[in-house]
Design a protein around this ligand. Sequence first.
Ligand SMILES: Nc1ncnc2c1ncn2[C@@H]1O[C@H](COP(=O)(O)OP(=O)(O)O)[C@@H](O)[C@H]1O
Ligand SMILES: [Mg+2]
Length: 231
Amino acid sequence: MSLLSVRDLVVTLSGLRILHGVSFEAAESGVTVLLGRNGAGKTTTLRAILGLAPATGSVELAGEPVLGTRTHALVRRGLGYVPEDRCVFAGLTVAENLRLAERGTPDYDLVFGLFPELRKRSAQRAGSLSGGQQQMLSLGRVLLNDNRLLLVDEPTKGLAPKVVTEVAEALERVAERVPVLLVEQNLAVVRRLGRAAVVLAAGRVAWRGDAKELLGDHDRTKSLLGVGSHS
Ligand SMILES: Nc1ncnc2c1ncn2[C@@H]1O[C@H](COP(=O)(O)OP(=O)(O)O)[C@@H](O)[C@H]1O
Ligand SMILES: [Mg+2]
């Protein structure tokens, strides 16, 4: 069964059609990966789901309509968003960043259980964390609250290979608790985490299926993503 159902999503920005009727589902457990070359429309898709980009079509979360609902109300309904640029408050400590994200009863046991480093570094300014640690803080902030689905945009972008592995391991643990719709370009991470995969190309769904099947087909991966699955 699907938790999130996206149908005929159309987005026009500055007079340009960016999404041309995107339809896909995100599974109710594990990681569904959203793939595609730069500019394919992945971030726009997440933003449209969250009400941050104007869209037509239909989006349902557990059978309930989502489009037309304000972003903050969607967050309260359990759509957690970890944006591409992480957006931690550099001048505030880790603890302060987490405190600002609290809604209702925050689950610090969950967050510190997943990311012990955040507890250790509570008093450290977020701006002095490494890229990987900032990504964990960004995930931790969202995980403090109850979520039905996390939308996570390119969490490993710009990170060193060793840190990519750490973030992937963290996401793997997160996905045991909360289903994730993950935008990811790193195919090693996709291979490790992805079950269902959706590939966008120029604002349309170009492929949908099992992530391992896609990556097992080197030529198809190369034609859809511009990089080979052996690399
Ligand atoms: N606010 C905007 N106005 C006009 N075009 C935009 C805007 N935001 C994104 N785009 C364009 O939409 C396309 C898809 O962008 P995006 O969703 O960010 O792609 P991806 O996340 O897959 O790299 C790109 O061509 C981008 O230049
Ligand atoms: Mg993007």
